[in-house]
Design a protein around this ligand. Structure first.
Ligand code: SF4
Length: 440
């Protein structure tokens, strides 16, 4: 077997793609390794959501290019969002790259690999997905407890700061039968958690022209599958969370009480500039609706600091929203202009870097405050934890896992193992995690 090394940058969708790439290549004589120095084929799966991630990809290619000078038979490939967007730039900056393939070309890999093995330089970037039944391909899943299932790819929303509609294309849902079959296999293999993935997961089914195909109904179907396992879904678009989806989460005992709903800004004018299809008030209503329905639910979000033209007062609305809604945790980032996007062209409205950094610092401080507040609410409560990891510290076995509401919990025990569901009484809350002890 030849050795394959994959470096994955970016989101869960990229991680899921890398698992698929590894699975496909395992049928063509490539075994994945964690040691890039022993690899015969190096692949970088890239992210272009921020300039920093794209820069990382080029810098990694530079390192690999130097290695290829000493080992000319080494093959180098680049895929993912940077590849989809920047094929000409890659050819110029890294002419030693053997294969550039786009987000739509993963299932074309068997043919592409054959070509580079015959010393051809290949660039396969299409705007139309390579049509294949995904269930025909093996997936080398990295995690032993959680399995990702992409259910919808692409996005139709065109938020003015985002490259996803350009790199992943328009929304394409997989048919429910295919997803259910993949879920059945996953459960048979012993996975205890399924995470349904989509850039805009609540839009699932809209492109399939059948009103019965919705995320809510998919959750209902998956919930009926036999076995003890959990179901999660990410990422939600605020105004696409329907009453029926909330009802389905309530009805289905296997679906976690956890919603990731990016707000991006707490100010309605900025939301309009971002082309987000909701106002601050509408976002508040959705959060209140979910909080009123479920006890102990966690709601997490994403925010951007320093979007073009954002004033200090408008930024303060974001801090206020985090606090008023008691958001349990948020991913934060300073605005990063992206090529092709509308906001990327608003150069005269760009916020200076030092102002963006100062706002990001304040956003992070508020985030830490809210995360601690959220964790403290669980002190003394019992959470059902799925064990994901085991470590030994000072001769004690420490188990780490996540509760149904996605809270990270650590506890000491020699009785349980990875994959077990354990009731844990929380006795200490810190900013990023909870500590407790198992109870019967
Ligand atoms: S909804 Fe998400 S993925 Fe789609 S354009 Fe907006 S930020 Fe990008």
């Amino acid at each position: 077997m030849k050795k394959l090394y994959i470096e994955t940058l970016g989101c869960q969708m990229n991680k899921s793609d890398s698992e698929r790439i590894s699975g496909i290549l395992s049928h063509f004589g490539y075994q994945e390794t964690d040691n890039q120095k022993e690899a015969d084929l190096l692949i970088i799966n890239t992210c272009s959501i921020r300039q920093l991630s794209a820069d990382k990809a080029y810098s990694q290619l530079g390192v690999w290019g130097k290695r290829k000078k000493d080992k000319p038979e080494l093959k180098i490939a680049i895929c993912g969002c940077v590849a989809q967007q920047d094929k000409d730039k890659i050819r110029k900056r890294a002419p030693y790259v053997d294969l550039i393939f786009g987000t739509h070309n993963i299932y074309e890999l068997p043919a592409l690999i054959k070509k580079i093995e015959n010393n051809e330089k290949v660039c396969a970037i299409t705007n139309v997905p390579f049509a294949e039944n995904q269930n025909n391909f093996q997936i080398n899943r990295k995690d032993s407890v959680n399995a990702w299932i992409p259910i919808i790819e692409g996005c139709n929303n065109f938020c003015t700061y985002c490259v996803v509609p350009y790199t992943r294309g328009r929304e394409r849902s997989r048919i429910p039968e295919e997803i259910i079959k993949e879920a059945q296999n996953i459960i048979k293999q012993g996975f205890k958690e399924i995470t349904l993935l989509g850039q805009n997961v609540d839009s699932y089914g809209k492109d399939l022209n059948n009103p019965n195909i919705t995320l809510a109904n998919l959750l209902r179907s998956l919930n009926k599958l036999e076995g003890k396992f959990r179901i999660r879904f990410v990422t939600s678009y605020p105004s696409d969370i329907t009453d029926d989806l909330i009802k389905a989460v309530d009805e289905c005992e296997k679906v976690c009480r956890y919603f990731h709903i990016p707000m991006q800004s707490g100010n309605s004018r900025i939301l309009k500039e971002m082309n987000r299809r909701y106002t601050k008030e509408e976002y508040y209503n959705i959060v209140h609706k979910i909080r009123n329905k479920f006890d102990g639910v966690t709601i997490t979000s994403d925010f951007i600091a320093g979007f073009p033209s954002e004033t200090e007062e408008e930024f303060n609305d974001t801090l206020e929203a985090m606090e008023e809604l008691e958001l349990d945790y948020s991913n934060t980032a300073a605005y990063s202009p992206r090529e092709f996007t509308k906001a990327g062209k608003m150069t005269e409205k760009f916020i200076p870097d030092d102002v963006k950094s100062a706002r990001l610092e304040r956003l992070n401080a508020k985030n830490r405050e809210m995360a601690l507040l959220s964790n403290k609410k669980f002190s003394g409560k019992i959470l059902n934890v799925l064990v994901e990891e085991q470590t030994v510290k000072d001769n004690k076995v420490i188990l780490n896992g996540r509760a149904d509401n996605n809270k990270i919990v650590h506890f000491e025990s020699e009785k349980y193992k990875i994959g077990d569901f354990v009731n844990v009484k929380i006795n200490k809350a810190q900013t990023w995690c909870l500590y407790g002890e198992p109870v019967d």
